[in-house]
Ligand binder design. Structure first.
Ligand SMILES: Cc1ncc(COP(=O)(O)O)c(C=O)c1O
Length: 393
């Protein structure tokens, strides 16, 4: 037992899926073939042009710190990306390069949340957000969302749930775990509702680029220049292990972000920043587009199969690489909740999924998340295996 653990650390819980993953690894060590649908990162390796740029940077001595706000060329390249992809003009000075979206979220919470204040966020949602809030002595104010609003916060939620201690509203579009998006109008409505509270809206756009059925996720910056945007090279760009992301902040927040970044991280990883300069090149974007199409094919293969098995997925997700399913119809005395079902599926079907508990407490025991971060053949095999062991009641 450690002598002392701070209260804030005691209140930060581990991911439940880690239990599933540990058990999966154990079974694999015994020779079992496990199909992994619990993993929240692309199975594709980083595109070659990015790797080459990283190698070149290493060889040419790019191994020192960059400025805390990021490499100026990268900040400019990201700003150009907003112009090219969204036709939104952003000054490079407003881009803050961070160690992943995780670093960006920590900076935002550190800069905007006072002790005792809360952040409105959707439940289900990305689990770390509430822990980032706790880490800076604030808290998450979870708002239960469901299919009726595509599992997203709305302006009506802002009206109902905002209290005197609320400092921010945080949404993700496309979202983890539901893969659902906010359109222009919904973003504008949210932004207006938050502005009316004299506060800021934070939009996590980490799954931008991974959208399907011809839809593009709009950036909140096209409707609100004062919103904070979180983004990352992890998902669309396939760079999870490089630990690189970015923030777009309003002009008058650059100085505080610089101070916090200097003190918390000094800077984002230098080699990763040089490598990321190649992420927006046409040859890289062409590779990423092919991968996007593969994700779409996988979603199209998995979604009807899960529905047929009895998983209820009322909203067809148009982004990210997740399906969030209500599994109530499949539960029984042997596996009465989604955690027990996840363990049962691992044990009896050799399929690993994530229980809803990892995304909050709103009907978490009736939900689970499937990540289609494995190839279509394996996804179809997973459906077959599950069909052999679970039955709709
Ligand atoms: C919605 C969301 N935000 C942020 C992150 C953090 O990503 P990273 O720190 O790798 O950029 C994740 C990772 O799964 C995520 O799903």
């Amino acid at each position: 037992m450690p002598k002392k653990i701070a209260q804030r650390a005691k209140e930060i819980s581990p991911f439940h899926v880690m239990d599933i993953l540990a058990q999966a690894r154990k079974l694999e060590a015994q020779g079992r073939d496990i199909i992994h649908m619990e993993v929240g990162e692309p199975d594709f390796d980083t595109p070659l042009p990015i790797i080459d740029a990283g190698l070149e940077a290493l060889k040419s001595g790019k191994t020192h710190y960059t400025p805390a706000l990021g490499l100026p060329e990268l900040r400019q390249t990201i700003a150009d990306w907003y112009q090219q992809r969204y036709q939104v003009e952003i000054s490079a000075s407003r881009i803050v390069v961070t160690p992943g979206a995780s670093g960006a979220l920590l900076l935002i919470m550190g800069a905007l949340l006072d002790q005792g204040q809360n952040v409105l966020m959707a439940d289900p949602g990305y689990p770390c957000n509430r822990h980032f809030a706790r880490f800076v002595e604030g808290s998450a104010k979870a708002v239960n969302v469901d299919a009726s609003t595509d599992y997203q916060l709305t302006d009506a939620h802002i009206e109902t749930h905002w209290d005197e201690n609320t400092a921010l509203a945080l949404v993700a579009s496309p979202s983890n775990p539901t893969g659902t998006m906010l359109n222009h109008q919904q973003l504008a409505d949210l932004s207006n509702a938050v502005k009316a509270k004299n506060a800021h809206l934070v939009v996590d756009e980490i799954y931008h680029g991974l959208t399907y059925d011809g839809f593009e996720a709009p950036t909140v910056l096209s409707v609100d220049h004062n919103a904070f945007v979180v983004n990352s090279f992890s998902k669309f760009f396939g760079m999870t292990g490089w630990r690189l992301g970015w923030l777009v902040v309003p002009e008058d927040y650059i100085e505080v972000m610089d101070r916090l970044a200097q003190n918390l991280f000094l800077a984002a990883p230098t080699v990763s920043q040089y490598a990321a300069l190649a992420a927006f090149k046409p040859e890289t974007v062409a590779i990423l587009e092919q991968r996007r199409q593969i994700f779409e094919q996988r979603r199209n293969a998995l979604l009807p199969g899960l529905r047929e098995l009895g998983f209820d997925i009322p909203v067809t997700p148009q982004g990210a690489f997740y399906l969030y399913a209500n599994c109530s119809a499949l539960l029984n005395d042997n596996y009465p909740d989604s955690m027990a079902l996840s363990k049962y599926l691992l044990e009896h079907a050799s399929v690993a999924i994530t229980p809803g508990l990892d995304f909050g407490s709103n009907q978490a025991e009736q939900h689970c998340r499937f990540a289609y971060t494995t190839d279509s053949e394996r996804l179809l095999e997973a459906l077959k295996r599950m069909a052999n062991v679970v039955k709709k009641s």
